[in-house]
Design a protein around this ligand. Structure first.
Ligand code: GDP
Ligand code: MG
Length: 595
């Protein structure tokens, strides 16, 4: 245990975590040449393209120092708020963290929130100033920011470049010298923390863990404490570039276990592995069930693809336990599924994977957050779908999820950011000057206000310079209503949304205006109405128009006439019949993109 160091890397996206990690792997000869992927740690295609590490991994390095060989376990963490629970479990498995800050950019929001988690877990922080090779590096200024943030000495900050390899040896030395070895009772009952799992189509689920106390041997009968399931440790080992089998892993070690588990749902990140015989007293603290925070309807474009879509989503769920789904149907869109995602990025990833890996073209409806509804009958409902909200008269109260939002920006943008956050029902909690012209702002805000387009707006008003991060803080009572849209008196379920009462009138009016643009003229007037319960709050009309497409072909040319009719039929295919009104498919999606 004395010669083990477990560490992770905290960095804002693009500050150079993967590049620098690669340098460490090279220096320790864990990676011998560049036959490997350009960035070893980001192995999923999608990840590489997006330039973010979506799923955490771990890798073991050997580093000789002072006549000793040290085992360094780098536990990689995902870089996006959607995956912050996984980050917290990875941090919990470490004794130290490299804090990487881009010397040209300075400290950003993501850096800070992950840093707080690391400090909470008493990790040793090694500050690293990266991208020192760049002309635009501002080392003194960014060092000041780091000193202000973590209260370290200037001499503790390592200047580095993932590009040139500068500082890599200093970082490895600092990992050995400054980070404490893991502590644990090597003879106690087994207690191992699962910090990640991956799905392998041949081997099933591979769970990554850190042994906190005791030891685990190949063939042991083990139990996962929170799920209460039992397995045999068919194979255990350590993670180098690939998996390397071992017969035993001891307190302080980081490794993997394969035990015939078929689906990712069975393995929960944060769970504790112990022995069936001689179990530990209690689970490692900090376990949480990850709950989806964004829900949306996912429908096949072609209704015949419903079963294929189900198969595809089921397959995705095998390796993505945080994806949930249940069948739902919509009068307008037919049969589909209501899916739950960790956040908007997760939703985009699932959509993209459905397309790439399964060739499924889907329509995703406007996302919403989960609400807690208290009924007059003293029931508590969790509502994931506008159609699940009871009639207003039956509702006692509604609660919605809240977040703490942190933004870091140049002082010039404080005004517009305040305006934006206040318009999203935000309440300013704190305003802190990191340096003379960089400010950290924190707000309490409803999650619903940020899931849709908040980040895009923030980027545009701050010219791309504000960084943003958030974590959920619980539920608060909210004046929530369901806004329905009626076409010629018929409610259109796929167009219903849940919204705060104060926004309902504006939203209703704008939805009607937008639909008026999107719905083509038909042979009769189409009334578009927005309603809360029985109350109509906005109305527009699409005027009738008799459109005879064959009128132009003065009788004569019959083949030309037929062609036109064919064309008209095709055009109709992309329409949905709602009551007697034809609505173009795209109306269901663009209706909420109102700005
Ligand atoms: P991550 O998102 O934190 O993992 O960042 P990456 O390692 O993917 O790096 C983001 C971008 O910065 C990539 O285009 C890298 O090539 C570049 N980069 C990373 N480190 C350095 C560095 O030290 N110097 C320079 N000039 N570019 C770097
Ligand atoms: Mg990366």
């Amino acid at each position: 245990m004395k010669h083990i160091r477990n560490f992770c890397i905290i960095a804002h996206i693009d500050h150079g975590k993967s590049t620098l990690a690669d340098r460490l792997l090279e220096r320790t000869k864990t990676v011998t040449d560049r036959e490997l992927l350009e960035q070893t740690l980001d192995s999923m295609d999608l990840e590489r393209e997006r330039g973010i590490t979506i799923k955490s991994h771990a890798i073991q390095m050997q580093y000789p120092k002072d006549d000793q060989i040290y085992t360094l376990n780098l536990i990689d963490t995902p870089g996006h708020v959607d995956f912050s629970y996984e980050v917290s479990r990875s941090i919990a498995a470490c004794e130290g963290a490299l804090l990487i800050v881009d010397a040209t950019q300075g400290i950003q929001a993501q850096t800070i929130s992950n840093l707080y988690q690391a400090v909470d877990h008493d990790l040793t922080i090694i500050p690293v100033l990266n991208k020192m090779d760049m002309d635009s590096a501002m080392p003194e200024e960014v060092e000041d920011q780091i000193i202000d943030l973590i209260g370290c000495d200037r001499s503790e900050i390592i200047r580095a470049s993932g590009k040139t390899g500068m500082g890599a040896d200093d970082i490895l030395d600092a990992i050995v010298d400054r980070i404490l070895p893991p502590v644990g009772d090597a003879d106690g009952p087994l207690q191992a923390l699962i910090f990640d799992s991956v799905f392998n189509s041949f081997r099933g689920i591979i769970a990554y863990f850190k042994v906190v106390n005791g030891e685990i041997r190949k063939g042991d009968k083990v139990k996962f404490v929170n799920t209460a399931k039992q397995y045999e440790a068919d194979e255990i080992g350590v993670l180098k570039l690939g998996m390397v089998k071992r017969d035993v892993l001891k307190a302080g070690d980081v490794g993997y276990i394969i035990s015939g588990i078929k689906t990712s749902k069975e393995v929960k990140v944060g769970d504790t592995i112990t022995h069936v015989q001689r179990p530990c007293d209690k689970a490692i603290s900090g376990f949480e069930e990850v709950k989806p925070m964004v829900f949306a309807g996912v429908y096949p474009i072609d209704t015949d693809d419903y079963e294929d879509l189900r198969t595809a989503i089921e397959k995705l769920q095998l390796n993505d336990a945080s994806l949930t789904f249940e069948p739902e149907s919509s009068v307008a869109l037919g049969f589909g599924f209501r899916c739950g995602f960790l956040g908007m990025l997760h939703m985009e990833i699932v959509q993209e994977r459905l397309d790439r890996e399964f060739g499924m073209d889907v329509i995703t409806t406007v996302p919403n957050v989960p609400y807690k509804v208290y009924t007059k009958q003293d029931e508590v409902l969790e509502v994931h779908n506008p159609s699940g909200l009871p009639e207003p008269t039956l509702i006692e109260s509604v609660e919605e999820p809240y977040i703490k939002a942190q933004m870091i920006t140049h002082a010039d943008f404080i005004g517009p950011i305040m305006t934006l956050c206040l318009s999203k029902r935000g309440e300013l909690v704190n305003q802190h000057y990191i340096t003379a012209d960089r400010v950290e702002l924190s707000f309490d805000m409803p999650l619903a206000e940020i899931v849709f387009d908040f980040y895009d707006k923030l980027k545009s008003i701050s010219k791309g310079y504000a960084s943003f991060d958030y974590y959920t803080t619980g539920y608060r009572t909210s004046k929530l209503v369901r806004l329905d849209v009626l076409l010629n008196g018929e409610p259109v379920d796929a167009l219903s949304t849940l919204t705060h009462f104060d926004n309902a009138y504006t939203l209703g009016r704008r939805m009607c205006e937008k639909l008026k643009e999107l719905i083509p003229r038909q042979q009769f007037d189409v009334a578009i109405q927005a309603a809360i319960g029985a109350k109509i709050i906005a109305r527009e009309t699409v005027k009738a128009l008799r459109k005879d497409v064959t009128a132009k072909c003065y009788g004569g040319d019959i083949s030309r006439k037929r062609k036109l009719l064919e064309k008209q039929k095709k055009g109709k295919k992309r329409m949905k019949q709602v009551g007697n009104v034809e609505v173009p498919q795209k109306a269901f999606l663009s209706v909420l993109k109102l700005d």
